[in-house]
Design a protein around this ligand. Structure first.
Ligand code: UGA
Length: 440
């Protein structure tokens, strides 16, 4: 099958490579010349385990290529929309301008029956709107269908999530469109991936609802952590006990600095904005609070740092972590960098180390000093904060670091350090969600 993938960010690049691995002929389209150059050489423009290998094998096989020219995609049977839908600059809703621009550029070029499939995360109702735009702009009688097929991949596990999905969601209007999507994903369906057939609106909602539920779970566990801190209870023990209940489960129960990245924060806000547009005002307040609790974790961390060192005196503060989560070099809406920037604004001399995201931190936060190693960052620091959950940080030797830090004060914002080990090495140890129990 001939397939086009419009937009080659995390979602589009991974999707294009996986479709080519599934035996299709795929053409990826993007406007960013640098990104296209890397992709043409089989290289991912971001850190994503396994993706380089998949891209390279697709490009080498001749089944995968990349272009900036929409005229080259007209022969495709299926067009996947994978462009970004960030938060609007002046509100909470999703900015669909790139999605609209792509559809409006594609529509007049379509001269044979085909299916346009949305994969981008969008407010419910977008597919219906795009159908109207396509009908208006595509040449009369072309026969262009619209379906929604959301993607649930996680950064850092994108290839695995795509090749071994928990579920495939086909939001379609007809048996024909359903059949076409089954052919697109034939290898995954054959290997037993569960398929949910539904209408396009439910498919759109499936994606934002999943992210809203994940965000709510993290904020709920952070609320529990705050109560643990105030009552000298232990949040790790608490989440272990909660997670043993199969109805609750143990995934996504890590408290700390909260969620960030290019998805959960903006999708939660866009969900609330869309719910309000639809007249669901009071109940959507629940999700607005989820966002507030999440932001509060960042403020709480900055306040804790301010209570431990006099930030106005310009102390050196080492921030370990820059990526929004471990396993990724993505710094979009990174909680770690939000805290680092706030500490700098309050007067600290902030140095950041991240195992993968150093270049992105330099690019997006030129005001922050970036160190190549954790040791370089901690040397001479009066306060150390661990703000991304990299396993490398759990493996750090507190005795070793204690020799080079100016003061032995550490905040574990992600509950990755072994508090007993750090205290034994004479560190004043603080962790979000853990009271002072064991500190004596
Ligand atoms: C998220 C969803 O998990 C994917 O299913 C979805 O496809 C994707 O968004 C998307 O919309 O494209 P991702 O942004 O890669 O994936 O990151 P997550 O693994 O969900 O983590 C999000 C944030 O939550 C990170 O900052 C992480 O540190 C934080 N987190 C995660 C916690 O604070 N506690 C946890 O227990 C789990």
């Amino acid at each position: 099958m001939q397939i086009s993938v419009l937009g080659t960010g995390y979602l589009g690049a991974t999707h294009a490579a996986c479709l080519a691995a599934g035996g299709h002929t795929v053409i990826g389209v993007d406007t960013d010349p640098l990104r296209l150059e890397l992709l043409r050489h089989g290289r991912a423009p971001f850190h994503e385990p396994g993706l380089d290998e998949l891209l390279r094998s697709g490009v080498d096989s001749g089944r995968l290529r990349f272009t900036d020219d929409l005229d080259e995609v007209v022969d495709a049977d299926v067009h996947f929309l994978c462009v970004g839908t960030p938060q609007v600059a002046d509100g909470d809703g999703a900015d669909l301008s790139v999605l609209h621009a792509v559809v409006e550029a594609l529509a007049p070029r379509l001269d044979k029956p085909c299916l346009v499939v949305g994969k981008s995360t969008v407010p419910v109702g977008t597919a219906a709107d795009l159908r109207g735009r396509l009908q208006r702009l595509a040449p009369a009688g072309t026969g262009v269908g619209v379906a929604w097929n959301p993607e649930f991949l996680r950064e850092g596990r994108a290839v695995r999530d795509s090749l071994e999905p928990d579920r495939l969601v086909f939001g379609v209007d007809s048996d024909l469109d359903n059949q076409l999507l089954r052919e697109v994903y034939a290898d995954l369906v054959r290997r037993g991936a569960p398929v949910f057939r539904t209408d396009p609106a439910t498919a759109e909602l499936a994606k934002v609802s999943a992210n809203a539920m994940l965000a709510a779970r993290i904020s709920l566990v952070n609320l529990l952590a705050e109560v643990c801190e105030a009552s000298d209870a232990d949040v790790s023990d608490l989440t272990a006990i909660l997670g043993a209940d199969p109805r609750i489960g143990s995934d996504f129960l890590s408290p700390g600095l909260g969620y960030g990245g290019g998805c959960l924060p903006k999708d939660t806000r866009a969900f609330v904005a869309r719910a309000r547009e639809l007249g669901v005002v009071e109940s959507s307040q629940l999700l607005a609070s989820v966002d507030d609790v999440n932001t509060r974790q960042r403020t709480r961390t900055v306040e804790l740092a301010g209570a431990l060192v006099d930030l106005t005196a310009g102390p050196r503060v080492a921030v370990l972590g820059g990526a929004f989560k471990a396993g990724s070099d993505d710094v979009r809406d990174s909680p770690a960098l939000a805290v680092a920037s706030a500490l700098r604004c309050r007067g600290a001399q902030v140095v950041v180390h991240d195992p993968q995201a150093g270049d992105n931190v330099r690019r997006t936060h030129p005001e922050l000093e970036v160190c190549a190693t954790a040791h370089d960052a901690v040397r001479g620091a009066e306060l150390v904060l661990v703000l991304t959950e990299w396993s490398e940080f759990a493996a750090l030797d507190p005795v070793d670091l204690g020799r080079i830090a100016a003061r032995r004060v550490v905040v574990d914002g992600r509950l990755v350090l072994d508090g007993d080990k750090w205290r034994a090495a004479d560190w004043d140890f603080h962790a979000l969600g853990r009271g002072t129990r064991g500190a004596a």
